[in-house]
Design a protein around this ligand. Sequence first.
Ligand SMILES: *[C@@H]1O[C@H](CO)[C@@H](O)[C@H](O)[C@H]1NC(C)=O
Ligand SMILES: *[C@@H]1O[C@H](CO)[C@@H](O)[C@H](O)[C@H]1NC(C)=O
Ligand SMILES: *[C@@H]1O[C@H](CO)[C@@H](O)[C@H](O)[C@H]1NC(C)=O
Ligand SMILES: *[C@@H]1O[C@H](CO)[C@@H](O)[C@H](O)[C@H]1NC(C)=O
Length: 430
Amino acid sequence: MVKLLYPLAILFFSSAALGFIPNCNIPEQGSTLQVIHVNSPCSPFRSKNKLSWEDSVLQMQSEDKERLIYLSSLVAGRSIVPVASGRQVTQNPTYILRAKIGTPPQIFLMAMDTSSDVAWIPCSGCDGCATTSFDTAKSTSFKNLSCGATQCKQVPNPSCESTTCGFNLTYGSSSIAASLVQDTITLATDPIPGFTFGCVSKVTGSSVPAQGLLGLGRGPLSLLSQTQNLYKSTFSYCLPSYKSPNFSGSLRLGPNSQPIRIKYTQLLKNPRRSSLYYVNLEGIKVGNGLVKIPPSAFAHDPNTGSGTVIDSGTVFTRLVEPAYIAVRDEFRRRMGKAVVSSLGGFDTCYTVPITVPTMTFMFSGMNMTLPQDKFIIRSAVGTTSCLAMAAAPDNFNSVLNVIASFQQQNHRILIDTPNSKLGVARETCS
Ligand SMILES: *[C@@H]1O[C@H](CO)[C@@H](O)[C@H](O)[C@H]1NC(C)=O
Ligand SMILES: *[C@@H]1O[C@H](CO)[C@@H](O)[C@H](O)[C@H]1NC(C)=O
Ligand SMILES: *[C@@H]1O[C@H](CO)[C@@H](O)[C@H](O)[C@H]1NC(C)=O
Ligand SMILES: *[C@@H]1O[C@H](CO)[C@@H](O)[C@H](O)[C@H]1NC(C)=O
């Protein structure tokens, strides 16, 4: 990419600054959807304020913190609604995709969330939602589900309002009230009739994706469970580089056209947390050196929910504290006498070139070696670079390691649930 000579040279928006007009409406083919970064020039949700590099990093971190608390609440099996301290924390979706709902179709840019099971969209008359909502009266294929429907037993906190099935859930620091409905959803060119999802009628809080959420977890009501014949509980995604002018990757549903040359590790399951994709992380190398990390930091325990998950909604990888400290200390050791500074939640930043060439996540049966641009975040003017990882937020005892989207850029991640495999291949998706 052209080196920027822009004082507020920023992580995102650089394409707009260069006058690059991306192709925002690539016709989707087969079962492959375009995945757009929320700050892409193609995204209606991108921040209108041009943030400095430091501010955009700080903002991503504060959103990440809330995401981690949310994931940990899933693990703990109870919802923790964190009280946003200081300025309001909004958990933006990181990646969005285009879905068509109803007959005739109404278009929504839904957040893609690999760590949620359910799908929901704001419906007409919703209290507290943004302006775009699904007009149920205009869809000829729309149906309410009754309280007696089997699906009504699979939602969190079901309730019965007159005769329709309602439910409440928390997402980030928000709570959502919805009714359970069915309609056709069309993903790329695949119509899925009678898809069951939540029709949101009330939102409290600010962390709800404006045009709904499509969960790609594997719980009973998830898209994957509802489309087993069509997609065989298999999908892959490639997240674009944060620096790409296109900001666009892809989500490919079903076993067809998946990569053949790909490395696999075992996909683990926590029966109590069906929405999370656990893997077995066994070690981390900084450069060629294996970091000494107590094995307990990686232990997969379905009872406590501890272990390692691959998540697309968290931006920066978070490790449990003993693992993070060990990785960070090894990284600093390799940087020798260079002066360390911090930036927000990043505690290992430098103004000199980073001399650590790679970092490797060692999963059972698979090593994922990352080049610098996947573990170092640098300002475009090149003055500051930080190790783009952190420990769990302060005062928050998380048992979860989260391999996040910054570390997954330009990789295809394949989830093959029937064979309990998770594949990783490098791919320049944009
Ligand atoms: C669905 O339920 C809502 C609220 O209970 C009601 O207003 C609406 O008319 C129902 N729609 C259909 C198609 O049954
Ligand atoms: C769900 O939320 C709605 C709206 O906030 C509230 O009226 C209702 O009592 C809640 N239901 C349950 C089961 O918590
Ligand atoms: C991963 O790397 C380690 C250390 O370099 C090596 O011993 C191991 O065989 C590698 N695993 C695979 C599956 O390639
Ligand atoms: C952006 O997308 C276009 C096609 O839409 C492609 O030709 C181009 O190579 C992409 N650029 C990058 C940097 O990926």
